[in-house]
Design a protein around this ligand. Sequence first.
Ligand SMILES: Cc1cc2nc3c(=O)[nH]c(=O)nc-3n(C[C@H](O)[C@H](O)[C@H](O)COP(=O)(O)OP(=O)(O)OC[C@H]3O[C@@H](n4cnc5c(N)ncnc54)[C@H](O)[C@@H]3O)c2cc1C
Length: 360
Amino acid sequence: MTKHVMIIGGGIVGCMTAMELVNRGCRVTIVERNQIASQTSGESSWAGGGIILPLLPWMYSEHVNALTNNGANFYRELSQRLQRETGIDTNFEQSGFLLLPKFDIEAAQAWCTRNQHPVQSVKASSFGVQSESGEDALWLPTVCQIRPPYLMQAMRKWLEQNNVTMLEHTELIPLKQTPALTEWQTVSGETLTADQFVVTSGAWSFELLKETSAKLNIKPMRGQILLYKPQKNLEQMVYREGFYMIPRRDGYLLAGSTLEDVGFDSSVTEAVRNELSTKAEAIMPELKNQPIIKHWSGLRPGTPENLPAIGAHPSIENLYLNTGHFRYGLTMAPASAQLMVALMLGETPKIDATPYACAG
Ligand SMILES: Cc1cc2nc3c(=O)[nH]c(=O)nc-3n(C[C@H](O)[C@H](O)[C@H](O)COP(=O)(O)OP(=O)(O)OC[C@H]3O[C@@H](n4cnc5c(N)ncnc54)[C@H](O)[C@@H]3O)c2cc1C
C-alpha cells in the first residue's frame, strides 16, 4: 500500500521533502498554519536572500558543507525542471560572489581549492565597488543565486500538479509524549492521521516538540533585509564583514542582513534600516540618493553551529525531523530532503547521517 506521509510546515524544507517523497512514490500531505508560498511575516523561506552558498563556507564544519555543497549542486537542474514543469522561472542565476576584506584569505583559497570552487584574487575597484582597505578581494565566479519567493511559488505549483494535499491555515498543537505517532491534533480540534510524520516547522519546531524533544536546540533568529532599485545595479553579489548585497535580474538590489536573538518578534526596526543602509552606501555610494523600496524580516530556525536535525525522533516511532537549517536552509534544502527521505525509506544515504541525528 502507498505510504502516506504528513509534513508539518510548508517552507522550503517541507516543500523539498514533499517533492522528494512524491518522486519516490509516496502520498503526501503538507500541513501549514499560514499559506504555502505566501509572503507572510515571520516564515523564513520567502524572506531569505537566496545566495546558494554559505557566507564564508570555510568557517563552518564539514557537516554543514556536506549539505550546502550537495544542495547547491542540485539547484541548476531543479530550477530547469521547475521551469519546464510549472512554467515558473525561479530566477536561478550564476551571478558570482565578490568577497571584500577582511577575512582569512588563505583559509578561503584553501577551501576553494579543496572544493573545486574557481576563485581569483582581484581588486574590488575593477568591479566598480568601493573597498575601504584597498586590499585584494576574492572573486568566486560560479556562485549562484535564486529568488526565494519565485522558488516557493514554483515549488507550490509543482506540488499541486503532483497531487500533494495542502492543508493550509491549519495549525498543529504541540505534541504530547507517545511511543508511536499515528495522529496529531490541530488547534481547531481536528485529528489528522498518517503513516509517518515529518516536522519541518522551522523556527517553531521546538515549540511544537518541546514536551517530547527537550534537547532539540532550535530558536528563532531574526534577519532583516532592505530592497532598492538603483539606476545602475551591481552585476554580482558582494559580501563584506557579515553584510551582503544581491542584485536581481529585474534591477532590484537586496541589502542584508542581521542576526537578532529577539524571540518570535518579526517586526522591522529603524535602527537596522539605518545600519544596513549605511553599509550598503559604503559599498555603493550612489545608493545615498535612492529610496528604500521595501524592508522585511524573517525568522531563521537558529541552531548551534548551523547544524540541522535530520532523522528519526529518538523515542517516537513514525516521527521524523528535518529542521534547524538556520542561515543556509535554502542552499541545504535539496540535500537535506534527499537525506531525510533515504532515512525514512530505510536506504543508505549518500551523506553520512550521524552528525544530524536528532537529540531526545
Ligand atoms: C534574512 C534572511 C536571509 C537568508 N538568506 C539565505 C541565503 O541567502 N541562503 C540560504 O541558503 N538561506 C538563507 N536564509 C535561511 C533560509 O531562509 C532558512 O534556513 C530556510 O528558509 C528555513 O526553511 P524552513 O522550511 O525550515 O522554515 P520556514 O520557511 O520558516 O517554514 C516553516 C513553516 O512551518 C510552519 N509552521 C510552524 N509551526 C507550525 C504548526 N504548528 N502547524 C503548521 N505549520 C507550522 C510555518 O508557518 C512556516 O511556514 C535566510 C534567512 C533569512 C531570514
